[in-house]
Design a binder for this molecule. Structure first.
Ligand SMILES: Cc1cc2nc3c(=O)[nH]c(=O)nc-3n(C[C@H](O)[C@H](O)[C@H](O)COP(=O)(O)OP(=O)(O)OC[C@H]3O[C@@H](n4cnc5c(N)ncnc54)[C@H](O)[C@@H]3O)c2cc1C
Length: 398
């Protein structure tokens, strides 16, 4: 039997942050995670109330809008001050691990360019990105969208066609180009996913080929949109080197999963947790809990995992950060929605017709996005009020 001060269930953004805080405060902390969290699928930008939960309109001033949310909304429950403190803490934490963010200012969201060449509101983005808003001119002469020949997870033509229709790039030539890298079959290039390129581009032959072709296509007066293909712990170092050697302006876009921009954050959190002395139990699932009643209050006495079977893991505190449907923190069957470890109460619409949506990944109202909008509506002005909305589920990332 293992005994800890704190056991955190779930190794996504929320679980890692909770576990790092706990370990840094001197508590003996374990993090149990059955798999990678949604960061491996994420853009690598950190959203703060990017969209109005009710209307889906993008929100420009998220901290002002939090006060208008329904009382049950996680941001409202946590409060503006704690949300800001948590974001500051997170930013410093990953900065110390070599992942740097920037933003328009601490109060407003900006637009980031998605892999499809559409815009999405977000609060802070990794440093090799342009921060667009509705009014400030960006000053680029052209937009060069650089695809990599044979890389199926980023289509430069599609992105360029959509970018050309954005208000922000009106009247500016948007040109897709294709970078051809030397064949490197022995280095995993057959699979041609972002993670394979990250590995292969460590080879100076391939790196130089990428750099030299970019220099042929673009000048320092252009914006170069590049799929994120540098990662594995030192992605931003490689981008800094590429920028220094070419003097080009880069905007890294996430690719289809695995998304190196998100993986960079996940790796940074992993390093921070182990440096803080935490114990990582990866690849194991928490399947049930032992509950005991003390003075008419039920407490978790221990948890059982798939690998440890009958031997409970004990702690004085347990943190559930198992995410949503995507990570099986919530499960839906034909007749119910439930939380599988503790059987916690879940509030969900009664009728199952309302359990799903035509859009992929928008079960949580606070994390819906506007990928289907080529030109999103202008940001909400300061005076706009958000309507209360229904929030259901258990994931939160602060
Ligand atoms: C695909 C996707 C992309 C997103 N992109 C962005 C983005 O670009 N920017 C942004 O700001 N937000 C994004 N979000 C929203 C945001 O990432 C999530 O709200 C946040 O990362 C969720 O973190 P989490 O730790 O709560 O959950 P998750 O990241 O889902 O992590 C939950 C973890 O718990 C583990 N787990 C579940 N059940 C158990 C169990 N029984 N035992 C042990 N482990 C368990 C899972 O394996 C997983 O590791 C995205 C969400 C999704 C789903």
């Amino acid at each position: 039997m293992l005994t800890f001060d704190t056991i955190v269930i779930g190794g996504g953004l929320a679980g890692y942050c909770a576990a790092i805080k706990s370990a840094q405060s001197g508590r003996k902390t374990a993090l149990i995670s059955q798999g990678e969290g949604s960061l491996h699928f994420a853009s690598g930008s950190i959203d703060v109330l990017a969209n109005d939960p009710k209307t889906q309109a993008p929100v420009r001033y998220p901290f002002e809008a939090i006060a208008q949310l329904a009382k049950a909304h996680p941001y409202r429950k946590v409060g503006v001050e704690s949300t800001r403190d948590a974001l500051d803490w997170f930013r410093q934490l990953v900065h110390a691990q070599g992942i740097h963010f920037h933003q328009l200012d601490a109060f407003q969201n900006h637009w980031r360019i998605t892999p499809f060449g559409t815009l999405k509101a977000t609060w802070m983005s990794q440093v090799f990105s342009v921060l667009l808003d509705d009014t400030t001119p960006h000053g680029f002469e052209r937009v060069i969208v650089a695809g990599i020949d044979g890389f199926r997870d980023f289509q430069a033509d599609v992105a360029a066609e959509n970018i050309a229709q954005l208000e922000q790039f009106k009247g500016i030539p948007v040109k897709p180009v294709s970078i051809v890298l030397p064949d490197n079959q022995s280095d995993g290039m057959r699979a041609k996913r972002a993670i394979d390129y990250a590995r292969a581009l460590r080879d100076p032959l391939l790196y130089n080929a990428l750099r030299d072709q970019l220099l042929r296509y673009a000048t320092p007066r252009d914006l170069v949109i590049l799929p994120c293909v540098f990662g594995n712990g030192d992605g931003q170092d490689y981008m800094a080197r590429l920028q220094k050697e070419t003097q080009l302006n880069f905007h890294e876009v996430p690719t289809m999963p695995p998304s190196l921009l998100g993986i960079r954050i996940s790796d940074a959190l992993h390093r921070a947790f182990t440096q803080a002395g935490g114990t990582l139990l990866k690849g194991d699932s928490v399947i049930s809990a032992n509950m005991e009643k003390h003075d008419s209050v039920w407490r978790v006495a221990g948890i059982h995992t798939q690998k440890m079977g009958d031997f409970p893991q004990k702690a004085s505190e347990f943190v559930l950060a198992s995410g949503s449907f995507f990570s099986r923190g919530l499960i839906s069957t034909s007749d119910r929605i439930f939380e599988p470890v503790f059987g916690l109460d879940v509030t969900a619409p009664n009728h199952r017709d309302n359990w799903y949506s035509a859009k992929f990944l928008d079960a949580h109202l606070h994390q819906q996005w506007c990928s289907d909008q080529r030109q999103p509506p202008a940001f909400h002005s300061r005076s706009n009020c958000l309507q209360p909305s229904l929030y259901w589920g258990c994931a939160g990332w602060i």
